[in-house]
Ligand binder design. Structure first.
Ligand SMILES: Cc1cc2nc3c(=O)[nH]c(=O)nc-3n(C[C@H](O)[C@H](O)[C@H](O)COP(=O)(O)O)c2cc1C
Length: 303
């Protein structure tokens, strides 16, 4: 038995495989399948201040080696998360990351304040949401927007903050540095890429929202590239995600510079895939005489 534990922003995860936000709900559909504490941690469904019903269907479209979604942050609101789901999750002994989404700066600040006095281990900031007061521009696509949210949340909570970066930018490194400067404790990336599919018989976009987030194995190389660029540019910890479905993918992502990984879309195809990835990482450690996963993180040897 190898020690697979990793420390991210001072929080110890029993292994480096975390369920990605929006793909695991609050664990309720998976708890009947296996003890949730087999995972390294769970990033919960994006939580807004009040309940959100989400977008009109169709909200999901298949793509080659991936999927598009425009679920629209359907969630029960922060109070239901704190009072109903969080106690259940903590009972199972998991490291719990609350994923926070906001339409305004006040939303982010208020949710962070509410979470500060709870048992959540970490707050992940989804900055891929539209800023309603700025004509719907995504917070995380400008240094100013990304750092404004990070600064406000930093002032509202002592919990470790993980800022989740969007890949829909020209220069992900400058955004990473901007949020690091405002007190982010660690970074996670990548969120979904913006995509679109059209039904050629009806000429209608397949998603009612017209466009949606692209995820799954097809985006893996983009994610590895961005994690590598960001991990080389910041001093804080980086958690990598985007298309990971095998232990080899997870190890590759760690070699690019990630201390831990998140898995999302792969869980839809196989709910047991995170457990298989954890086993595969341990096997790789045994075969390669690795005692600690820090030996893998950032070990890529660029040409
Ligand atoms: C159906 C669905 C819902 C998602 N909801 C959220 C969310 O609420 N908050 C968030 O930060 N990311 C959300 N994501 C993005 C994922 O957490 C992840 O960043 C992305 O899917 C890339 O990883 P993957 O290819 O392993 O799925 C969602 C993704 C999917 C597919």
């Amino acid at each position: 038995m190898k020690d697979l534990s990793v420390k991210v922003a001072g929080v110890t995860f029993p292994n480096p495989v975390i369920a990605a936000s929006g793909t695991y709900g609050f664990g309720e559909d998976y708890a009947p399948l296996y003890p949730l504490n087999k995972l390294g941690g769970i990033s919960c469904k994006g939580t807004t201040m009040n309940e959100k019903p989400g977008n009109i269907p169709p909200r999901i479209a298949e793509t080659t080696a991936g999927m598009l979604n425009a679920v629209g942050l359907q969630n029960p609101g922060v109070e239901v998360f704190v009072n109903k789901y969080l106690p259940e999750l903590k009972k199972q002994g998991n490291v719990i990351i609350a994923n926070v989404a906001g339409a305004t700066l006040e939303d982010y600040r208020n949710i962070a304040e509410r979470l500060d006095s709870t048992d959540v281990d970490m707050i992940e900031l989804n900055i891929s949401c539209p800023n309603v007061k700025q004509g719907g521009a995504t917070w995380g696509t400008s240094c100013e927007g990304a750092s404004t949210v990070t600064k406000a949340v930093r002032a509202a909570t002592k919990k470790p903050i993980m800022v989740k970066l969007t890949p829909n930018v020209t220069n992900v490194v400058e955004i990473a540095k901007a949020v690091e400067a405002e007190g982010a404790d660690c970074l996670s990336l990548i969120n979904t890429l913006l995509g679109m599919r059209i039904d050629i018989r009806t000429k209608r976009p397949i998603l009612h929202n017209n466009v949606g987030g692209f995820s799954g194995p097809a985006i893996f190389p983009v994610a590895v590239r961005m994690v590598w660029q960001v991990a080389n540019a910041v001093d804080i910890d980086v958690v990598g995600m985007g298309g990971i479905s095998t232990a080899e993918d997870a190890i590759e992502m760690m070699m690019a510079g990630a201390k831990a990984v998140q898995m999302g879309t792969a869980i839809f195809t196989d709910p047991y895939s995170p457990l298989k990835v954890i086993d595969g990482i341990e096997k790789y450690m045994i075969e390669n005489n690795i005692e600690n996963l820090s030996e893998i993180t950032g070990s890529v040897k660029p040409w």
